[in-house]
Design a protein around this ligand. Structure first.
Ligand code: CP
Length: 335
């Protein structure tokens, strides 16, 4: 069976991504009626974290439990990961004991390194380059909150703020799916040329559009969804004064900026958010905000991704075979 990892949405076609989203919707519908099927009975997920997490950690662990499996939380510094043991050795050992590996790594090369040596699916739980599980969840959330009658390809998504790993993933999945994507940021904090080139290549196939601008008001004029993310992250503390000066107040998502968008426009944030910095409390807690629906959808999306990758790979022995082995072992024990 072909080994499929989940490292970058660019590795999948539009049809594959839509199939994954449809599977996620089916699993979510079952969950809402209290009947999540135990599709991953007895499967084990190793979860490696080099950075803290609330949503990614909890959603993957709960997803595995509700699907009948189990997740191991390997917190920062708890296992050998490229220190005292090569990445390849760690990947191969985990592959012998677990059915999949999910990792949040500081460097993107670490996740691709794990995938190179692993013999089970590797899932990217965020790197310095991208956050693919987050943006599958985001598209699912957009479909659930889209204006009545608007198709996926007609949706206008505007990201205001820094060119983060979430921006790269969101820009690439939206363009891959044929949506209309706008990024508004000061010149210095706009997406690098390479990401723009990939997005434009996506658009040639999908019919999507990409606009990059310094004008946030123009960027939100037709937006169905306004999305933002942190302006600085751990390790960028020395840049805070410069970044704050570049973004504030022009790029803050506040009541005034939301008022420039259509009345139906929704607000999204991958969280964690710095309330009062990139977005105000008024917007976070407004009727236009769908941030907690979005956060909940991480759980449903992780289930979709896990089932998509693992279900076809799991061994499901017949009752006869299971009884045969149990009998042999019990005969040995009782001899
Ligand atoms: N959005 C997101 O990935 O949140 P965590 O950092 O809490 O996992």
């Amino acid at each position: 069976m072909t080994l499929k990892h989940f490292i970058d949405t660019q590795d999948f076609t539009k049809e594959e991504l839509l199939e994954l989203i449809e599977l996620t919707r089916l699993i979510k519908a079952a969950d809402k009626q209290g009947c999540t099927p135990k599709l991953l009975q007895d499967a084990t997920l190793a979860m490696i974290f080099e950075e803290p997490s609330t949503r990614t950690r909890v959603s993957f662990e709960v997803a595995m439990t509700e699907l009948g499996g189990h997740a191991l939380y390997l917190k920062p510094g708890e296992i050998h990961l490229g220190v005292r043991e090569s990445l390849g050795d760690t990947a191969q050992v985990l592959s012998r004991m677990c059915d999949a590996i999910m990792a949040r790594t500081l460097k993107h090369e670490t996740i691709t390194g794990l995938a190179k040596y692993a013999t089970v699916p590797v899932i990217n739980g965020l790197t310095d380059y991208n956050h693919p599980t987050q943006v599958v969840c985001d598209v699912l959330t957009m479909l659930e909150h889209a204006p009545a009658g608007k198709k996926l390809e007609e949706l206008n998504v505007t990201f205001i703020g820094d060119a983060t790993n979430v921006l790269s993933s969101l820009m690439l999945i939206c363009t891959r799916l044929g949506m209309n994507f706008t990024h508004a940021a000061p010149k210095k904090y706009q997406a690098p040329a390479e990401w723009i080139q990939w997005a434009e290549e996506n658009n040639k196939i999908s019919g999507g559009t990409l606009t990059v601008t310094e004008d946030p008001v123009e960027a939100v004029r037709n937006a169905d969804f306004i999305y933002t993310d942190l302006w600085w992250w751990v390790g960028q503390e020395d840049q805070i004064p410069e970044r704050r000066a570049a973004f504030m107040p022009k790029y803050q998502v506040n009541k005034d900026l939301m008022a420039k968008a259509p009345a139906h426009c929704k607000f999204m944030h991958c969280l964690p958010a710095s309330r009062g910095i990139e977005v105000t409390d008024e917007v976070m807690d407004s009727h236009q905000s769908i941030i907690f629906d979005q956060a909940e959808n991480r759980l449903h999306t992780e289930k979709g991704i896990l089932v998509w990758l693992l279900y076809p790979r799991l061994k499901r022995p017949s009752a006869e075979l299971a009884a045969f082995h149990r009998g042999k072992i019990e005969n040995f024990l009782n001899r």
